[in-house]
Design a protein around this ligand. Structure first.
Ligand SMILES: Nc1ncnc2c1ncn2[C@@H]1O[C@H](COP(=O)(O)OP(=O)(O)OP(=O)(O)O)[C@@H](O)[C@H]1O
Ligand SMILES: [Mg+2]
Length: 228
């Protein structure tokens, strides 16, 4: 199995007046194709910071990050934006859909940002993804969807660019237990079926049986959790 994501000795600190606050300290993580990893840890331990660095939304103070064979730590803003469009899919805590677009249009927008792609093929892809995610009416607006349905649309949107790496920050936070489990099940299937690498920050213990590995952030570094 190939390595899709690799973070090596990443440190992230913030200047807070005279003090320097170290959030991540020599953090290491490797995720292979077909692996779904959960990141757990107390509030304020650096989970979102970690994910933002992994997804090239934020740069590390030191250390290196690679998406596949691509080293991204020295990338400019423009290169980061380009990398995110090519290789990364984000799923956030709330679905963040645009209220005036239909379900289908939420996914098509990604194509329009990506420019130059075959529109017909992309529409077919959007329909296929939505159907695979259990959404049959593609002309509904977000207001008429349940929380779980909205989150499934946001997963579809994250998969539109066929990303190598999927990053999810508490994707079940706004859902009840059953919906939350179903949404993570959809993510797990996608990872396993299409050999993606996924990293999901979660507080939700009930979804942990669905992931392949659990990693805990403690004092700024990452530790593999042994499972019984
Ligand atoms: N831009 C910033 N400037 C200064 N400190 C920051 C900044 N962003 C985050 N921090 C600090 O970094 C630490 C880690 O924040 P982070 O959001 O990564 O935690 P988290 O593990 O995601 O927490 P939660 O579970 O509450 O979402 C916190 O102490 C936070 O205050
Ligand atoms: Mg967070």
């Amino acid at each position: 199995m190939s390595v899709k994501f690799k973070m090596t000795d990443v440190t992230k600190s913030y200047k807070d007046g005279k003090e320097t606050k170290v959030v991540l300290k020599n953090a290491n993580l490797e995720v292979r194709a077909g692996e779904f990893v959960a990141i757990v840890g107390p509030s304020g331990s650096g989970k979102s910071t970690f994910l933002a660095i992994a997804g090239a939304l934020l740069s590390a103070t030191s250390g290196s990050v690679a998406i596949g064979v691509e080293r991204i730590d020295a990338y400019s803003q423009a290169q980061r934006t380009d990398l995110r469009m090519r290789k990364i899919g984000f799923v956030f805590q709330s679905a963040q859909l645009l209220p005036y677009l239909t379900v289908l249009e939420q996914l098509q927008v990604i194509t329009e940002i990506g420019k130059g792609k075959d529109k017909k093929a992309q529409t077919a892809k959007a329909r296929h993804l939505l159907t695979a995610l259990g959404l049959t009416d593609h002309h509904q607006y977000p207001a008429s969807l349940s929380g779980g349905e909205k989150q499934r649309v946001s997963i579809g949107r994250a998969l539109m660019n066929n990303p190598d790496v999927i990053l999810a920050d508490e994707p079940t936070a706004s859902l009840d237990a059953t919906r939350g489990y179903q949404v993570v099940q959809v993510l797990a299937e996608e990872v396993h079926r299409h050999q993606k690498a996924a990293i999901m920050v979660t507080h939700d213990e009930r979804v942990l049986p669905l992931v392949d590995r659990i990693v805990r952030i403690e004092n700024g570094s990452l530790h593999e959790v042994k499972r019984s």
